[in-house]
Every structure is written in structure tokens, then in C-alpha cells.
Design a protein around this ligand. Structure first.
Ligand code: GLA
Length: 363
């Protein structure tokens, strides 16, 4: 185990986590700060495996769903805690056209391509190194995605830095460059339960979103292209409200997705690229909240609709439907095929650069 401790009692530690089925060593990085927050990240998939945060009474719990061993992550993970890419979320009919050339991807979600295809960034072992400075600690992860991998053009050099801040933020800085035109959409796919993983459904969690519009989808969860107002629908979280009523609504969009699994259009003035507060989830019993700060145009709100009791989580409890929520910052789904959505094209000479912060607290 290598440990380093810096000012204000923040530390970054690494230790072996396991070996993949094809023989690659995987390391675990443990980040801690002075307030008792501890985040664990493994180099396989850049997966966040555990986030321990105090509740209102100072009682710590792991609020991040995951497994307690590498084999489960390799064989059955529904994208727990991972870096999703090269294109997070869905691309319709597993194909897109760029500069007049058609690219074919793996159809791994019905007719569509989901989260980068069969072997996305969530299943790669990333190169890692510890990061320290300004009273903060982190881990820098790097992955070189070769030209043609999963059907995507261009060698993509990807860097993702996870930093635990002194004010209880888990900041994620993504950068990527390419040597040929391609499409990029990166996110983290952490599943959260503010009561603690395995502690039951998230129905009583209260959500606030800074979104006047969302992107309605068809039956296969591909956006229709419309930016629809949330007003008068279960998608209106502009005033905080519990997830339960909407999650069980008979609204056609909720029925299509078996609950919330939709991209929201974050409110943002034209040209504003700042990192700003986009969402806040609060659990009134324990008092924990999770804020999402981002510079991205969209936020996928997913309520664990596909968890079905077949996975046993880190602490030995099964995960059932709606036992977690995910707030995935990103560009809109299927942007490569939707000319009216903000572009996800990256060209040589440009740098893809985005930041998201998950900020933990109690109220
Ligand atoms: C995203 C998708 C969901 C589901 C999960 C992974 O959140 O939008 O439909 O596929 O990933 O299970």
C-alpha cells in the first residue's frame, strides 16, 4: 500500500484490487478528506466503488451502489459507478454519419448502441497516478481508445481526473483529444442511495432540477428530437418533490422507460459554459443531500428501473427496482443523429473538456 498525506488531513492511497479475467492488474485508489468523506475508485472502468459520507448525526454510510469484488464488475455490472464512453447513453440504430461517412456500432440495447458498445470505457483498465495539491487529493486516469474501437473513428486520448475537494465535492474533470473527427460524450454512471446502498427504494428522495425542458423519447428510449416543456408533467422538478408519484405515473414517457430514465435540458443562457448547480437530491430522514454541478447541457435522471433483485451489492443485500438513482451529466442522447441538439463532434486540434462535481452535504 502506498500512502501520502497532505495538509488538512487529506490523503490518497492505492492498493491492489484484483486481476481481470484476461490477466490485467487492477488498483484501488482511496481518497479521504478532513471531514470523514472517503471515496474509492478502481482502475477497471474508472469505477467509483464506494463513497462514505456522514449523515446529519455524523453516522457514515456508503451511498454508492456497487460490488465488493472485481469479477462481479467484469461480468454483471449495470454500469455501476463507471466512466461511460466513448459515447455515453444511446445512439439510434447503432449508427451515425459524420462528414458524409457512415459508422456502424454495436447494437447492445435493442436496436441501439448504449454506453460505448460491447466493450466501452467502463470495461477498460485505465492507467492511474495519484494527484495532490491545494489541500486536495485525487487520481488521474488515462485511456487511449484506438481508432476503430467499437466502431468509432479516431485514436482518442482520454483523461479523467477524480478529485476529492476540501468542501466534500467529488470533482470529475474529463479531457479528450483525437487524431480524426469523431463523437464524444463522457459521463460517470454512479448509482446513489442517500440512505446507504442496499437500504431500500429511493421513492422518498426529494429532487430539484434546474430544467424547464426535457427530451421525450420513443419506446426504445431514443429522443424524438423535441425539447418539451416539463410544465404540467411528472418531469417538473423545478420545485423540489419526491420521486415516488412520478416514478409510478401512467404518463406515456414514464411507461416507456418503466420510470424515470430521461434526459433533462439544463437551463443555461446561450454561450454560458460555466460549472453551475444543476440538480439537488435530498433525503429527509438522514438529512444527506447530493448536489450536481456541471458545465454540460444535459442530465440523465435514471431511477434504477432495470434493477430487478438479481444483483447482490457490496454489503450483501440485493438491489431491487428503484433502489438507486443516477444523475448522469452529459450531452443529449443520440446527438450524432440529431442535427438540432448541441454537437458532440470532436475534431483534431480541439480539446474536449468538461467538469462535473458531485457535492455531498447534510441539511
Ligand atoms: C442509463 C440508461 C438506462 C440504463 C442504465 C444502465 O442510465 O439510460 O436506460 O441502460 O444506463 O442500466
Amino acid at each position: 500500500m502506498t500512502t501520502s498525506t497532505i495538509a488538512q488531513n487529506a490523503s490518497v492511497t492505492s492498493q491492489p484490487y484484483g486481476t481481470t479475467a484476461d490477466g490485467q492488474s487492477v488498483e484501488e485508489y482511496i481518497l479521504t478528506n478532513a471531514n470523514g468523506v472517503e471515496v474509492r475508485i478502481i482502475t477497471y472502468g474508472g469505477i467509483i466503488t464506494s463513497v462514505q459520507v456522514p449523515d446529519r448525526d455524523g453516522f457514515r454510510a456508503n451511498i454508492n451502489l456497487g460490488f465488493n469484488n472485481l469479477a462481479d464488475y467484469e461480468t454483471k455490472s449495470p454500469y455501476f459507478g463507471c466512466i461511460a464512453g466513448r459515447y455515453a447513453n444511446r445512439i439510434a440504430n447503432a449508427e451515425f454519419t459524420l462528414d458524409g461517412k457512415k459508422y456502424t456500432l454495436a447494437a447492445n440495447d435493442g436496436p441501439n448502441s448504449l454506453h460505448g458498445g460491447n466493450v466501452g470505457f467502463d470495461k477498460q483498465v485505465w492507467q492511474a497516478s495519484p494527484v495532490e495539491g491545494n489541500g486536495e487529493v485525487g487520481v488521474a486516469l488515462r485511456y487511449l481508445s484506438p481508432d476503430g474501437e467499437e466502431g468509432y473513428p479516431g485514436n482518442l486520448d482520454v483523461k479523467v481526473v477524480y478529485t476529492l475537494t476540501a468542501d466534500n465535492g467529488l470533482r470529475i474533470d474529463y479531457t479528450a483529444t483525437t487524431d480524426a473527427p469523431t463523437v464524444v460524450n463522457l459521463t460517470n454512471h454512479a448509482y446513489w442511495n442517500l440512505m446507504g446502498e442496499g437500504q431500500g427504494a429511493i421513492y422518498d428522495h426529494i429532487l430539484w432540477l434546474d430544467a424547464d425542458r426535457y427530451t421525450p423519447v420513443n419506446e426504445t428510449l431514443i429522443p424524438t428530437g423535441e425539447l418539451a416543456p416539463v410544465e404540467g408533467t411528472p418531469f417538473d422538478f423545478r420545485i423540489p418533490k419526491p420521486l415516488a408519484p412520478g416514478q409510478r405515473s401512467n404518463h406515456e414517457q414514464i411507461v416507456f422507460a418503466r420510470g424515470y430514465d430521461h434526459n433533462f435540458v439544463l437551463n443555461r443562457a446561450e454561450g454560458d459554459t460555466s460549472v453551475k448547480l444543476a440538480a439537488r437530491m435530498y433525503e429527509p430522514t438522514c438529512g444527506r443531500y447530493l448536489e450536481v454541478w456541471t458545465d454540460q447541457p444535459g442530465l440523465q435522471v435514471y431511477a434504477g428501473n432495470f434493477l430487478n433483485g438479481t444483483l447482490v451489492g457490496a454489503s450483501g443485500r440485493i438491489y431491487r427496482q428503484s433502489d438507486a438513482f443516477a444523475l448522469e451529466t452529459q450531452h443529449f442522447p443520440d446527438s450524432p443523429n440529431q442535427p438540432n441538439f448541441p454537437s458532440t463532434v470532436l475534431r483534431p486540434g480541439e480539446t474536449y473538456q468538461t467538469t462535473t462535481i458531485y457535492k455531498f452535504g447534510v441539511a
